[in-house]
Design a protein around this ligand. Structure first.
Ligand code: SF4
Length: 464
Protein backbone atom coordinates (compact mmCIF):
# COMPACT_ATOMS: atom_id res chain seq x y z
CA UNK A 1 0.00 0.00 0.00
CA UNK A 2 1.34 3.43 -0.91
CA UNK A 3 1.59 6.22 1.61
CA UNK A 4 -1.88 7.79 1.58
CA UNK A 5 -3.28 11.18 2.59
CA UNK A 6 -6.30 9.33 3.96
CA UNK A 7 -6.93 8.67 7.63
CA UNK A 8 -7.54 5.31 9.27
CA UNK A 9 -9.99 4.99 12.14
CA UNK A 10 -9.74 1.66 13.94
CA UNK A 11 -12.98 0.98 15.80
CA UNK A 12 -12.97 -1.18 18.95
CA UNK A 13 -15.54 -2.09 21.57
CA UNK A 14 -13.59 -1.17 24.72
CA UNK A 15 -14.69 -1.55 28.32
CA UNK A 16 -15.27 0.65 31.35
CA UNK A 17 -13.96 -2.15 33.61
CA UNK A 18 -10.50 -3.07 32.32
CA UNK A 19 -7.85 -2.25 29.74
CA UNK A 20 -7.75 -5.73 28.14
CA UNK A 21 -10.62 -5.03 25.76
CA UNK A 22 -9.11 -1.97 24.06
CA UNK A 23 -5.45 -3.08 24.23
CA UNK A 24 -5.30 -4.87 20.83
CA UNK A 25 -6.96 -1.93 19.04
CA UNK A 26 -4.33 0.41 20.46
CA UNK A 27 -1.60 -2.11 19.66
CA UNK A 28 -2.53 -2.52 15.98
CA UNK A 29 -3.18 1.21 15.49
CA UNK A 30 0.30 1.94 16.84
CA UNK A 31 1.89 -0.62 14.52
CA UNK A 32 0.14 0.94 11.53
CA UNK A 33 0.97 4.47 12.68
CA UNK A 34 4.66 3.57 12.72
CA UNK A 35 4.46 2.43 9.10
CA UNK A 36 3.43 5.95 8.06
CA UNK A 37 0.82 4.74 5.58
CA UNK A 38 -1.93 7.17 6.58
CA UNK A 39 -1.93 10.87 7.38
CA UNK A 40 -3.66 10.00 10.67
CA UNK A 41 -4.38 6.78 12.55
CA UNK A 42 -7.01 7.09 15.24
CA UNK A 43 -8.57 4.60 17.67
CA UNK A 44 -12.11 4.92 18.99
CA UNK A 45 -14.40 2.80 21.14
CA UNK A 46 -18.02 2.18 22.01
CA UNK A 47 -17.29 1.93 25.73
CA UNK A 48 -14.18 4.10 26.12
CA UNK A 49 -12.92 7.47 25.00
CA UNK A 50 -12.61 8.63 22.33
CA UNK A 51 -16.12 7.57 21.48
CA UNK A 52 -17.44 7.00 17.97
CA UNK A 53 -19.28 10.30 17.65
CA UNK A 54 -16.40 12.52 18.70
CA UNK A 55 -13.74 10.76 16.67
CA UNK A 56 -14.28 12.40 13.30
CA UNK A 57 -13.92 15.83 14.91
CA UNK A 58 -10.27 14.98 15.57
CA UNK A 59 -9.55 13.78 12.04
CA UNK A 60 -8.44 16.23 9.36
CA UNK A 61 -8.26 14.02 6.26
CA UNK A 62 -10.95 14.22 3.61
CA UNK A 63 -10.87 10.47 3.10
CA UNK A 64 -11.35 8.28 6.12
CA UNK A 65 -11.25 4.49 6.26
CA UNK A 66 -13.30 3.06 9.13
CA UNK A 67 -12.24 -0.48 10.06
CA UNK A 68 -14.13 -2.31 12.83
CA UNK A 69 -11.73 -4.31 14.98
CA UNK A 70 -14.48 -6.87 15.51
CA UNK A 71 -14.31 -10.62 15.02
CA UNK A 72 -17.50 -10.85 12.94
CA UNK A 73 -20.35 -8.77 11.59
CA UNK A 74 -23.44 -8.33 13.74
CA UNK A 75 -25.41 -5.78 15.68
CA UNK A 76 -22.46 -3.45 16.34
CA UNK A 77 -21.00 -3.47 12.85
CA UNK A 78 -24.37 -3.42 11.08
CA UNK A 79 -26.35 -1.03 13.27
CA UNK A 80 -24.43 0.76 16.04
CA UNK A 81 -21.35 1.85 14.07
CA UNK A 82 -23.29 3.02 10.96
CA UNK A 83 -25.72 4.95 13.18
CA UNK A 84 -23.01 6.59 15.31
CA UNK A 85 -20.87 7.64 12.32
CA UNK A 86 -23.89 8.64 10.22
CA UNK A 87 -23.05 6.14 7.46
CA UNK A 88 -25.32 5.67 4.47
CA UNK A 89 -23.52 2.63 3.03
CA UNK A 90 -19.98 1.43 2.31
CA UNK A 91 -19.16 4.93 0.99
CA UNK A 92 -20.63 7.97 2.73
CA UNK A 93 -20.10 11.43 1.29
CA UNK A 94 -20.53 14.03 4.00
CA UNK A 95 -21.67 17.62 3.60
CA UNK A 96 -18.21 19.05 4.28
CA UNK A 97 -16.77 17.10 1.34
CA UNK A 98 -15.44 14.24 3.41
CA UNK A 99 -15.69 10.63 2.27
CA UNK A 100 -16.06 7.79 4.76
CA UNK A 101 -15.10 4.31 3.59
CA UNK A 102 -16.65 1.66 5.80
CA UNK A 103 -14.61 -1.56 5.62
CA UNK A 104 -15.60 -5.03 6.77
CA UNK A 105 -14.69 -6.17 10.31
CA UNK A 106 -11.16 -7.56 10.54
CA UNK A 107 -12.37 -11.05 11.51
CA UNK A 108 -14.04 -11.53 8.12
CA UNK A 109 -10.92 -11.16 6.02
CA UNK A 110 -9.57 -14.41 4.50
CA UNK A 111 -6.07 -13.55 5.70
CA UNK A 112 -7.36 -14.47 9.18
CA UNK A 113 -6.69 -18.05 8.13
CA UNK A 114 -2.97 -17.25 7.80
CA UNK A 115 -3.11 -15.43 11.11
CA UNK A 116 -4.60 -18.47 12.86
CA UNK A 117 -2.00 -20.78 11.34
CA UNK A 118 0.76 -18.41 12.37
CA UNK A 119 -0.54 -18.21 15.94
CA UNK A 120 -0.86 -22.00 16.18
CA UNK A 121 2.68 -22.57 14.87
CA UNK A 122 4.06 -19.86 17.12
CA UNK A 123 2.52 -21.24 20.31
CA UNK A 124 4.25 -24.56 19.67
CA UNK A 125 7.55 -22.96 18.65
CA UNK A 126 7.60 -20.76 21.76
CA UNK A 127 7.20 -23.76 24.05
CA UNK A 128 10.36 -25.29 22.61
CA UNK A 129 8.71 -28.73 22.51
CA UNK A 130 8.21 -29.64 18.86
CA UNK A 131 5.32 -31.56 17.34
CA UNK A 132 7.22 -33.90 15.03
CA UNK A 133 4.54 -34.36 12.39
CA UNK A 134 1.44 -32.19 12.89
CA UNK A 135 -0.07 -33.56 9.65
CA UNK A 136 -0.41 -36.87 11.46
CA UNK A 137 -0.65 -36.13 15.15
CA UNK A 138 -2.06 -32.61 15.73
CA UNK A 139 -5.56 -31.16 15.78
CA UNK A 140 -6.14 -27.40 15.66
CA UNK A 141 -9.26 -26.26 17.54
CA UNK A 142 -10.60 -22.77 16.84
CA UNK A 143 -12.63 -21.72 19.86
CA UNK A 144 -15.52 -19.25 19.69
CA UNK A 145 -18.14 -18.10 22.13
CA UNK A 146 -21.28 -19.58 20.63
CA UNK A 147 -24.56 -17.84 21.20
CA UNK A 148 -28.02 -18.19 19.76
CA UNK A 149 -28.22 -14.39 19.37
CA UNK A 150 -25.62 -14.10 16.63
CA UNK A 151 -24.33 -17.07 14.73
CA UNK A 152 -22.23 -14.94 12.34
CA UNK A 153 -19.11 -15.59 14.40
CA UNK A 154 -19.64 -19.37 14.35
CA UNK A 155 -20.13 -19.23 10.56
CA UNK A 156 -16.86 -17.33 10.20
CA UNK A 157 -15.01 -19.81 12.42
CA UNK A 158 -16.42 -22.73 10.43
CA UNK A 159 -15.22 -21.07 7.23
CA UNK A 160 -11.72 -20.67 8.70
CA UNK A 161 -11.79 -24.31 9.83
CA UNK A 162 -12.61 -25.52 6.33
CA UNK A 163 -9.85 -23.40 4.80
CA UNK A 164 -7.32 -24.77 7.29
CA UNK A 165 -8.47 -28.35 6.68
CA UNK A 166 -7.98 -27.80 2.95
CA UNK A 167 -4.34 -26.87 3.58
CA UNK A 168 -3.66 -30.26 5.15
CA UNK A 169 -1.14 -28.84 7.60
CA UNK A 170 -2.78 -30.55 10.57
CA UNK A 171 -4.31 -33.98 10.94
CA UNK A 172 -7.57 -32.25 11.83
CA UNK A 173 -9.08 -28.84 12.46
CA UNK A 174 -12.39 -28.22 14.21
CA UNK A 175 -14.54 -25.46 15.66
CA UNK A 176 -15.32 -25.62 19.39
CA UNK A 177 -17.56 -23.27 21.36
CA UNK A 178 -17.91 -22.18 24.94
CA UNK A 179 -21.68 -22.10 25.23
CA UNK A 180 -23.08 -24.42 22.60
CA UNK A 181 -22.17 -27.60 20.76
CA UNK A 182 -19.50 -28.59 19.87
CA UNK A 183 -18.44 -27.69 23.42
CA UNK A 184 -14.80 -26.84 24.07
CA UNK A 185 -15.06 -28.70 27.40
CA UNK A 186 -15.47 -31.92 25.38
CA UNK A 187 -12.19 -31.44 23.50
CA UNK A 188 -10.88 -34.84 24.61
CA UNK A 189 -13.62 -36.64 22.68
CA UNK A 190 -13.61 -34.36 19.61
CA UNK A 191 -10.30 -35.74 18.38
CA UNK A 192 -7.95 -38.68 18.90
CA UNK A 193 -4.88 -36.63 18.00
CA UNK A 194 -2.05 -36.74 20.48
CA UNK A 195 -1.43 -32.99 20.17
CA UNK A 196 -4.29 -30.50 20.43
CA UNK A 197 -3.76 -26.77 19.82
CA UNK A 198 -6.52 -24.37 20.89
CA UNK A 199 -6.71 -20.81 19.52
CA UNK A 200 -9.53 -18.57 20.85
CA UNK A 201 -11.23 -16.62 18.03
CA UNK A 202 -11.71 -13.50 20.14
CA UNK A 203 -10.65 -9.95 19.42
CA UNK A 204 -9.08 -9.38 22.84
CA UNK A 205 -7.95 -11.24 25.90
CA UNK A 206 -10.10 -11.07 29.00
CA UNK A 207 -12.39 -13.17 31.11
CA UNK A 208 -13.07 -15.73 28.35
CA UNK A 209 -9.52 -16.35 27.13
CA UNK A 210 -7.78 -15.93 30.50
CA UNK A 211 -10.26 -17.76 32.73
CA UNK A 212 -13.32 -19.42 31.16
CA UNK A 213 -11.71 -21.35 28.30
CA UNK A 214 -8.70 -22.55 30.35
CA UNK A 215 -11.11 -23.88 33.00
CA UNK A 216 -13.21 -25.62 30.32
CA UNK A 217 -10.03 -27.17 28.91
CA UNK A 218 -8.94 -28.37 32.35
CA UNK A 219 -5.97 -25.99 32.64
CA UNK A 220 -5.47 -25.34 36.32
CA UNK A 221 -2.87 -22.57 36.40
CA UNK A 222 -3.89 -18.90 36.41
CA UNK A 223 -3.26 -17.95 32.77
CA UNK A 224 -3.75 -14.24 33.43
CA UNK A 225 -1.10 -14.16 36.15
CA UNK A 226 1.31 -16.92 35.15
CA UNK A 227 0.94 -16.77 31.37
CA UNK A 228 0.40 -19.91 29.33
CA UNK A 229 2.64 -22.87 30.26
CA UNK A 230 2.60 -25.06 27.14
CA UNK A 231 2.18 -27.93 26.58
CA UNK A 232 -0.20 -29.31 29.19
CA UNK A 233 0.30 -33.05 29.48
CA UNK A 234 -2.68 -35.27 30.17
CA UNK A 235 -2.73 -39.06 29.86
CA UNK A 236 -0.13 -39.11 27.11
CA UNK A 237 -1.74 -36.23 25.19
CA UNK A 238 -0.43 -32.68 24.89
CA UNK A 239 -2.62 -29.58 24.95
CA UNK A 240 -1.34 -26.24 23.64
CA UNK A 241 -3.24 -23.08 24.42
CA UNK A 242 -2.86 -19.71 22.71
CA UNK A 243 -4.37 -16.43 23.86
CA UNK A 244 -6.93 -14.49 21.78
CA UNK A 245 -6.19 -14.28 18.06
CA UNK A 246 -6.97 -10.55 18.15
CA UNK A 247 -3.77 -9.92 20.14
CA UNK A 248 -1.61 -11.42 17.39
CA UNK A 249 0.72 -8.72 15.96
CA UNK A 250 -0.19 -9.89 12.43
CA UNK A 251 -3.66 -8.42 13.02
CA UNK A 252 -2.26 -5.02 12.00
CA UNK A 253 -1.76 -6.55 8.54
CA UNK A 254 -5.33 -7.84 8.60
CA UNK A 255 -6.53 -4.26 9.20
CA UNK A 256 -4.51 -3.10 6.20
CA UNK A 257 -5.79 -6.03 4.15
CA UNK A 258 -9.36 -4.88 4.82
CA UNK A 259 -8.46 -1.40 3.54
CA UNK A 260 -6.86 -2.94 0.42
CA UNK A 261 -9.92 -5.10 -0.12
CA UNK A 262 -12.20 -2.08 0.21
CA UNK A 263 -10.13 -0.19 -2.37
CA UNK A 264 -10.29 -3.14 -4.74
CA UNK A 265 -14.02 -3.77 -4.22
CA UNK A 266 -14.95 -0.10 -4.74
CA UNK A 267 -12.29 0.93 -7.28
CA UNK A 268 -10.82 3.50 -4.87
CA UNK A 269 -7.50 5.05 -5.84
CA UNK A 270 -5.31 7.17 -3.59
CA UNK A 271 -5.09 10.88 -4.39
CA UNK A 272 -2.27 13.38 -4.21
CA UNK A 273 -4.40 15.72 -2.13
CA UNK A 274 -2.73 16.29 1.21
CA UNK A 275 -4.48 16.70 4.51
CA UNK A 276 -3.31 19.23 7.04
CA UNK A 277 -1.46 17.99 10.06
CA UNK A 278 -3.18 18.39 13.41
CA UNK A 279 -2.67 21.91 14.70
CA UNK A 280 -3.22 23.47 18.07
CA UNK A 281 -3.63 26.99 16.76
CA UNK A 282 -2.60 28.92 19.87
CA UNK A 283 0.33 28.88 22.34
CA UNK A 284 -0.97 26.08 24.54
CA UNK A 285 0.68 25.76 27.96
CA UNK A 286 -1.82 23.91 30.16
CA UNK A 287 -4.47 21.27 29.68
CA UNK A 288 -6.04 19.26 32.48
CA UNK A 289 -3.22 17.93 34.68
CA UNK A 290 -0.51 18.55 32.10
CA UNK A 291 1.70 21.52 31.30
CA UNK A 292 3.43 22.05 27.96
CA UNK A 293 6.71 23.94 27.69
CA UNK A 294 7.67 26.22 24.79
CA UNK A 295 9.95 23.48 23.44
CA UNK A 296 7.08 20.95 23.35
CA UNK A 297 7.78 19.00 26.54
CA UNK A 298 4.83 17.64 28.50
CA UNK A 299 4.88 17.11 32.28
CA UNK A 300 2.44 16.60 35.10
CA UNK A 301 1.48 20.05 36.37
CA UNK A 302 2.72 19.15 39.85
CA UNK A 303 6.17 18.32 38.44
CA UNK A 304 6.89 21.74 36.93
CA UNK A 305 9.55 22.55 39.52
CA UNK A 306 11.06 19.06 39.61
CA UNK A 307 14.60 18.63 38.24
CA UNK A 308 14.39 17.15 34.73
CA UNK A 309 16.92 14.45 35.60
CA UNK A 310 14.59 13.20 38.36
CA UNK A 311 11.76 12.54 35.92
CA UNK A 312 11.35 9.38 33.84
CA UNK A 313 11.55 10.18 30.13
CA UNK A 314 8.62 8.92 28.07
CA UNK A 315 10.42 7.67 24.97
CA UNK A 316 7.63 6.77 22.54
CA UNK A 317 3.89 6.58 21.94
CA UNK A 318 3.59 3.10 23.43
CA UNK A 319 5.12 4.32 26.70
CA UNK A 320 2.86 7.39 26.63
CA UNK A 321 -0.26 5.28 26.21
CA UNK A 322 0.92 2.91 28.92
CA UNK A 323 1.42 5.84 31.31
CA UNK A 324 -2.14 7.06 30.67
CA UNK A 325 -3.66 3.61 31.15
CA UNK A 326 -3.38 3.37 34.94
CA UNK A 327 -3.23 5.60 38.00
CA UNK A 328 -0.33 5.76 40.48
CA UNK A 329 -1.67 2.60 42.16
CA UNK A 330 -1.66 0.69 38.87
CA UNK A 331 -5.47 0.69 38.57
CA UNK A 332 -7.18 1.07 35.18
CA UNK A 333 -8.26 4.65 34.38
CA UNK A 334 -11.57 4.30 32.50
CA UNK A 335 -12.16 8.05 32.63
CA UNK A 336 -9.46 9.85 30.67
CA UNK A 337 -10.24 13.23 32.28
CA UNK A 338 -10.14 11.89 35.85
CA UNK A 339 -7.65 13.89 37.94
CA UNK A 340 -5.55 10.82 38.70
CA UNK A 341 -2.75 11.02 36.16
CA UNK A 342 0.47 9.60 37.66
CA UNK A 343 3.38 11.99 38.30
CA UNK A 344 7.13 11.61 37.83
CA UNK A 345 7.60 11.73 34.04
CA UNK A 346 8.37 14.09 31.19
CA UNK A 347 7.54 13.61 27.51
CA UNK A 348 9.81 15.60 25.15
CA UNK A 349 8.26 16.00 21.70
CA UNK A 350 9.62 17.33 18.42
CA UNK A 351 6.77 19.46 17.14
CA UNK A 352 3.38 21.02 17.74
CA UNK A 353 1.81 18.27 15.63
CA UNK A 354 3.25 15.69 18.05
CA UNK A 355 1.87 17.65 21.00
CA UNK A 356 -1.55 17.53 19.33
CA UNK A 357 -1.21 13.76 18.92
CA UNK A 358 -0.13 13.35 22.56
CA UNK A 359 -3.19 15.34 23.63
CA UNK A 360 -5.42 13.12 21.52
CA UNK A 361 -4.28 10.13 23.61
CA UNK A 362 -4.42 12.10 26.85
CA UNK A 363 -7.76 13.88 26.47
CA UNK A 364 -9.38 12.52 23.27
CA UNK A 365 -11.17 15.09 21.09
CA UNK A 366 -10.37 17.93 23.54
CA UNK A 367 -8.68 20.09 20.92
CA UNK A 368 -11.34 19.48 18.29
CA UNK A 369 -14.14 20.15 20.78
CA UNK A 370 -12.55 23.44 21.80
CA UNK A 371 -12.12 24.63 18.21
CA UNK A 372 -15.76 23.75 17.49
CA UNK A 373 -16.89 25.50 20.67
CA UNK A 374 -15.05 28.68 19.67
CA UNK A 375 -16.87 28.60 16.33
CA UNK A 376 -20.23 27.97 18.03
CA UNK A 377 -20.47 24.58 16.28
CA UNK A 378 -19.96 22.06 19.10
CA UNK A 379 -23.09 19.89 19.31
CA UNK A 380 -24.25 19.42 22.90
CA UNK A 381 -26.22 16.21 23.36
CA UNK A 382 -29.02 16.01 25.96
CA UNK A 383 -28.76 13.09 28.39
CA UNK A 384 -31.89 11.36 27.09
CA UNK A 385 -30.55 11.35 23.54
CA UNK A 386 -27.31 9.70 24.73
CA UNK A 387 -29.31 7.26 26.86
CA UNK A 388 -31.53 6.36 23.87
CA UNK A 389 -28.45 5.28 21.89
CA UNK A 390 -27.39 2.73 24.52
CA UNK A 391 -27.69 -0.95 23.74
CA UNK A 392 -28.09 -4.23 25.61
CA UNK A 393 -27.76 -4.02 29.36
CA UNK A 394 -27.26 -0.25 29.16
CA UNK A 395 -30.72 0.44 27.73
CA UNK A 396 -31.99 0.78 31.27
CA UNK A 397 -30.18 4.11 31.76
CA UNK A 398 -33.09 5.78 29.95
CA UNK A 399 -35.07 5.25 33.15
CA UNK A 400 -32.67 7.25 35.35
CA UNK A 401 -34.84 9.68 37.39
CA UNK A 402 -34.06 13.39 37.06
CA UNK A 403 -32.98 13.65 40.70
CA UNK A 404 -30.55 10.74 40.28
CA UNK A 405 -29.19 12.31 37.10
CA UNK A 406 -28.51 15.55 38.93
CA UNK A 407 -26.88 13.69 41.81
CA UNK A 408 -24.57 11.83 39.40
CA UNK A 409 -23.52 15.04 37.67
CA UNK A 410 -22.22 16.11 41.07
CA UNK A 411 -20.69 12.86 42.33
CA UNK A 412 -19.30 11.66 38.98
CA UNK A 413 -18.72 14.79 36.89
CA UNK A 414 -18.02 17.59 39.35
CA UNK A 415 -16.02 15.52 41.85
CA UNK A 416 -14.26 12.98 39.64
CA UNK A 417 -13.65 14.66 36.30
CA UNK A 418 -11.74 17.68 35.01
CA UNK A 419 -14.12 18.39 32.14
CA UNK A 420 -16.56 21.26 32.05
CA UNK A 421 -19.95 19.67 31.48
CA UNK A 422 -22.15 21.34 28.87
CA UNK A 423 -25.13 18.98 28.92
CA UNK A 424 -27.68 18.17 31.64
CA UNK A 425 -28.69 20.16 34.72
CA UNK A 426 -26.63 23.22 35.68
CA UNK A 427 -24.19 23.16 32.76
CA UNK A 428 -20.83 24.90 33.14
CA UNK A 429 -20.12 28.45 32.04
CA UNK A 430 -16.99 27.94 29.99
CA UNK A 431 -13.91 29.71 31.21
CA UNK A 432 -10.37 29.47 29.88
CA UNK A 433 -7.22 31.15 31.11
CA UNK A 434 -4.68 32.35 28.55
CA UNK A 435 -2.69 29.42 27.17
CA UNK A 436 -5.09 26.88 28.62
CA UNK A 437 -7.17 24.35 26.72
CA UNK A 438 -10.49 23.87 28.54
CA UNK A 439 -11.72 20.29 28.60
CA UNK A 440 -15.30 20.32 27.38
CA UNK A 441 -17.87 17.60 27.88
CA UNK A 442 -20.60 17.87 25.23
CA UNK A 443 -22.36 14.60 26.12
CA UNK A 444 -22.53 11.96 28.84
CA UNK A 445 -19.51 9.68 28.52
CA UNK A 446 -19.48 5.89 28.84
CA UNK A 447 -18.14 6.14 32.37
CA UNK A 448 -21.14 8.26 33.32
CA UNK A 449 -23.48 5.79 31.57
CA UNK A 450 -21.86 2.98 33.56
CA UNK A 451 -22.49 4.91 36.79
CA UNK A 452 -26.08 5.63 35.70
CA UNK A 453 -26.64 1.92 35.21
CA UNK A 454 -25.07 1.15 38.59
CA UNK A 455 -27.38 3.70 40.17
CA UNK A 456 -30.36 1.76 38.85
CA UNK A 457 -29.10 -1.84 38.93
CA UNK A 458 -26.12 -1.96 41.29
CA UNK A 459 -22.45 -2.52 40.33
CA UNK A 460 -21.64 -4.45 37.15
CA UNK A 461 -19.91 -7.79 37.60
CA UNK A 462 -17.02 -9.05 35.48
CA UNK A 463 -19.29 -11.80 34.06
CA UNK A 464 -21.80 -9.31 32.63
S1 SF4 B 1 -19.99 12.89 31.55
FE1 SF4 B 1 -19.13 13.72 33.43
S2 SF4 B 1 -17.55 12.24 33.98
FE2 SF4 B 1 -18.02 11.90 31.82
S3 SF4 B 1 -16.55 13.16 30.70
FE3 SF4 B 1 -18.41 14.36 30.99
S4 SF4 B 1 -18.03 15.57 32.83
FE4 SF4 B 1 -16.56 13.89 32.81
Amino acid sequence: MNSSPAALVLIGHGSTLNADSSAPTYQHAETIRQRDLFSEVVECFWKEEPNFRQTLRSVNAKRVYLVPNFISSGYFTEQVIPREFGLSGPITRMAEGRELFYCDPVGLHPVMTETLLHRAAEVVAKAGVPIENPRKSACLLICGHGTSLNDNSTKIIQQRVEEIRARGLYADCQMVLMEQKPFVKDWRSHTNCRDVIVVPYFISDGLHSFEDIPVLLGITENVRVQGVQNPHNENGRRLWYATAIGTEPMMADVVLAQVEKFNADHAITTTAESSPASIIGFPLRRVGQVVISENHELRHRNDVAVEASSLRVIADWVAWRELLRTNAQGEFRPLKAAPNLPRGWRFPLASEANVALALQFLYPAALANWHLWEQGKLPVIPYLETADRQTGRYRIVRALPAAALEELTTTVCARSCLKQRLWGPNPARITAATGELPLLCPEACNYFIEKAREKIKGPQTAEE
